[in-house]
Write a protein that binds this ligand. Structure first.
Ligand SMILES: [Zn+2]
Length: 249
């Protein structure tokens, strides 16, 4: 029963995250007006606003103007639903579950916004740092978490400085500093070292694939935020286990 609930709950949250992804970078209100088609401006009826299902029933087209609805809506709703479901199975009802759900509900919009605009809104990352530290107080890891936030920020600052020295330009944005600090606050400094490992691994792989496909060169800039987010996501779930299994065993 709860399994189904967490899936549907995740889909509904995903639907809200879509609003955040679409409206936050444009500085629009998140609650008013209600959802409408970006092409024809027509209000979206409640029965066309059901997460995941509506997109499939409408075959990705607006009921009024027939213009295409971005596949992003379906992707974000599905990802969030699956993550919520998995998180419940992984943690059960616990403080860790609540922490993880809040954490991922910040990571998802941050990743999608950074991917399309190359910017990370402070309203998400800075409040994320505060929320992460607050949760850590209750989880009894406040010191580990404060050091994590500091190491996150310092890590990106170092990369920015090295990048400036080598490439004579900003290889990462200042938004990444706050995002890394937020992830550090949630996972703690020890796990954050794994976040660095995973995010640089995935980032380089993605960069290489893009170069291979001729979509970018060694010189082009790719947003690092989504890779930090993926790294943070994996380390929150499996960081402890990986550390104990491979580094302390
Ligand atoms: Zn329309």
């Amino acid at each position: 029963m709860l399994t189904v609930f967490f899936f549907l709950f995740g889909a509904a949250i995903g639907s809200f995250l879509n609003v955040v992804i679409y409206r936050l970078p444009e500085g629009k209100s998140l609650v008013w007006p209600g959802s409408h088609c970006p092409q024809c401006g027509e209000k979206i009826r409640w029965f066309d606003n059901i997460p995941i299902l509506s997109y499939i029933i409408l075959q990705g087209k607006c009921r009024d103007c027939g213009n295409e609805i971005s596949i992003r809506y379906l992707v974000v709703e599905s990802i969030t639903a699956v993550v919520y479901l998995y998180a419940y199975l992984h943690y059960g009802i616990s403080l860790e579950l609540l922490t993880f759900l809040v954490f991922t509900s910040l990571l998802i919009p941050i990743s999608f916004i950074d991917f399309s605009t190359m910017l990370i809104p402070d309203s998400l990352s800075i409040s994320g740092i505060i929320i992460g530290l607050l949760f850590s107080m209750f989880r009894g890891i406040i010191v580990v978490s404060c050091i994590g936030a500091a190491i996150g920020a310092i890590y990106i600052l170092i990369i920015i400085h090295i990048g400036k020295a080598v490439y004579k330009k900003d290889v990462m944005g200042y938004g990444d500093i706050k995002l890394a600090a937020m992830i550090g606050a949630f996972v703690g400094w020890d796990s954050f070292l794994l976040t660095i490992l995973f995010s640089s691994l995935f980032g380089s792989l993605f960069g290489l694939v893009q170069i291979k496909r001729g979509k970018s060169s060694m010189k082009s800039l790719i947003p690092y935020g989504p890779f930090l987010a993926i790294g943070g996501f994996i380390t929150f779930l499996f960081g402890r286990w990986i550390i104990v299994r491979f580094f302390l065993g």
